[in-house]
Design a protein around this ligand. Structure first.
Ligand code: S3P
Length: 172
């Protein structure tokens, strides 16, 4: 049996999705696809905060859903999602289509606070109380969508990649 055609990394802001995708993709011979970067490119603006400021979160979510739809037929890719991709369940359905495996990088809020140093680039992390509420609200949603859960506290991106690869070996 072969590896899944597509790996989708989900999890809260600062859970390490982009870094893990960047390191995991070449180890599988897959292409890394960063949804946030694709969204910014497609918006014609220069950053996520600018999208939120000029057009608001709903506009961002609309482009996010279009990007998820476009990734439906993509294969041999490791997709790193934005933390809010789970707010629209059809995003996950599109991303998982055609043999995708959804992996939740589970991280405690304390670890996330240590990792998210640049809050200016994350509009939904600027207020700590709201960020914690969002974290608590989404925790079970990520779990519900996950085919595989990897706990990432006190692990490097390399550790996480190796753990994912071991799981893939076992499944294949
Ligand atoms: C968001 C997470 C961000 C980005 C946007 C919204 C969220 O991505 O998509 O700021 O709703 O959790 P990261 O998870 O890569 O920070």
């Amino acid at each position: 049996m072969a590896y899944p055609s597509k790996i989708i990394l989900i999890g809260f802001m600062g859970s390490g999705k982009s870094t893990v995708a960047e390191q995991l993709a070449p180890r599988l011979g897959y292409t890394g696809r960063e949804m946030d970067s694709i969204i910014v490119e497609r918006s014609g603006l220069s950053s996520i905060p600018e999208i939120f400021e000029k057009h608001g979160e709903p506009f961002f979510r609309t482009i996010e859903s279009q990007v998820a739809q476009d990734l439906r037929n993509v294969t041999t890719a490791v997709v790193s999602t934005g933390g809010g991709v789970v707010t629209n369940p059809s995003n996950i359905e599109n991303l998982r289509a055609n043999g995708g495996l959804v992996i939740f990088l589970r991280t405690t809020f304390e670890t996330i606070c240590g990792r998210v140093t640049d809050i200016s680039s994350r509009p939904l992390f600027r207020d700590g109380v709201q960020a914690r509420a969002l974290f608590e609200q989404r925790a079970s949603v990520y779990e519900g969508h996950a085919d595989l859960i990897i706990d990432t506290d006190r692990k490097t991106a390399e550790d996480i990649c190796s753990e994912i690869l071991s799981h893939l070996e076992l499944r294949s």
